[in-house]
Write a protein that binds this ligand. Structure first.
Ligand SMILES: NC(=O)c1ccc[n+]([C@@H]2O[C@H](COP(=O)([O-])OP(=O)(O)OC[C@H]3O[C@@H](n4cnc5c(N)ncnc54)[C@H](OP(=O)(O)O)[C@@H]3O)[C@@H](O)[C@H]2O)c1
Length: 325
């Protein structure tokens, strides 16, 4: 089968279109004919091998898994031993463990769900990682309630556009932080107000936000806390610019947040999303009800997947990029 692979860590030019063996489903997995694959910063991390802290898992010197891509939407080709929930021909979305920039991929049955009926494969493929992260941030980490004021930093990006919509759906009054070019788009997702990070800092209005979801990850915690009410919750999701080389953006949720919240009534939660079928089904229900809609900014053919990853790595995507197989 055709797949986009890499044999060394590096920038996007390490990605090559190649012929590789089709993966075989292990017990508990399904083989999926991939129709579309979402692109998110996680793919860039896997490609570059950065931050270093992830290498014991991804491969110390070279990537253990050659095929890139994680999000997918496609059609079940074969159900592995013990899988009863899916049959050949089922249209699904979720995350793969073998790489989704490929004609075929396998996925654990517990990480896929039926594709929302009102979405194309391209739209469905951009939901799993970003949508699951947003759902777990708003529902679990922050527990957003009706009437709360929520600030979303990085509102125009892949995760942020889901966070804005889910917070609005929970009844919150949402302020999105983004560049001026994305202001209208963020308002169209339901944000009541938009703050341009080039002209106004997040604490300019004082400690008024009950919840802050920080996806951009490039501000000091002290600054974010000045915008938070005394008993507010700060959820840390992303971070490319801050953090050590060893831990990358993870140094904030893992080290700085627990230290910073030790002597304060404010709650700081560092969040790592856990992909699972229940949350995919919950997202699918919201999408089919019209409460949540994924925004695909641009589609790339498989042969140009490297271009999509390079663009996401630059950090200014508006909505989501997708690779079509
Ligand atoms: N913890 C987890 O489990 C988890 C899960 C998924 C993703 N992540 C991480 O979350 C981060 C974002 O992911 P993503 O998919 O949303 O990326 P993305 O689609 O590239 O979006 C990033 C957004 O950040 C915005 N941004 C850049 N500088 C900003 C600033 N100073 N203030 C406000 N916004 C700014 C960009 O908007 P402009 O173009 O307007 O600058 C862009 O829309 C990444 O670090 C990713 O690794 C973490």
């Amino acid at each position: 089968m055709r797949a986009v692979v890499q044999d060394v860590y590096g920038e996007a030019d390490v990605l090559q279109l190649s012929d590789v063996d089709r993966p075989a489903p292990q017990p508990g997995e399904v083989l999926i004919r991939v129709v579309a694959a979402g692109v998110d910063p996680g793919v860039w991390h896997m490609m570059t091998g950065r931050p270093w802290a992830m290498r014991p898992v991804t491969g110390l010197r070279t990537p253990k898994i050659r095929v890139r891509g994680r999000d997918l939407a496609g059609v079940v080709e074969q159900a592995g031993a013990g899988v009863t929930a899916f049959r050949p021909g089922d249209e699904v979305f979720g995350t793969t463990s073998t790489g989704s920039f490929a004609e075929f991929a396998t996925a654990p049955a517990g990480r896929i769900a039926a594709k929302p009926a009102n979405l194309s494969f391209e739209q469905a493929a951009v939901v799993p990682v970003s949508g699951t992260t947003a759902l777990q941030a708003i529902r679990d980490a922050a527990g957003v309630r009706a009437g709360q004021r929520v600030l979303v930093v990085g509102a125009g990006g892949g995760v942020g556009s889901f966070v804005v919509q889910l917070a609005v759906a929970a009844g919150a009054e949402v302020t999105g932080v983004c560049g001026a070019a994305k202001a209208e788009r963020v308002r169209s997702l339901g944000a009541a107000d938009v703050l341009d990070y080039r002209t106004e800092e997040v604490d300019a209005r004082g400690p008024v936000f009950d919840v802050i979801v920080d996806i951009a990850g490039n501000r000091r915690l002290s600054l974010l806390r000045r915008a938070l009410t005394p008993r507010g919750t700060l959820v840390l999701i992303g971070g490319e610019a801050r953090g050590t080389t060893l831990l990358g953006g993870m140094s904030r949720p893992w080290i700085a947040a627990p230290l910073s919240s030790m002597f304060s009534g404010q709650r700081l939660v560092g969040m790592i999303a856990k992909e699972n079928a229940d949350d995919l089904r919950a997202l699918g229900e919201l999408i089919e009800a019209g409460t949540l809609r994924p925004a695909v900014e641009r589609a790339f053919p498989l042969a140009r997947a490297a271009e999509a990853v390079r663009q996401v790595g630059a950090g200014h995507a508006a909505g989501k990029l997708v690779v079509t197989i």
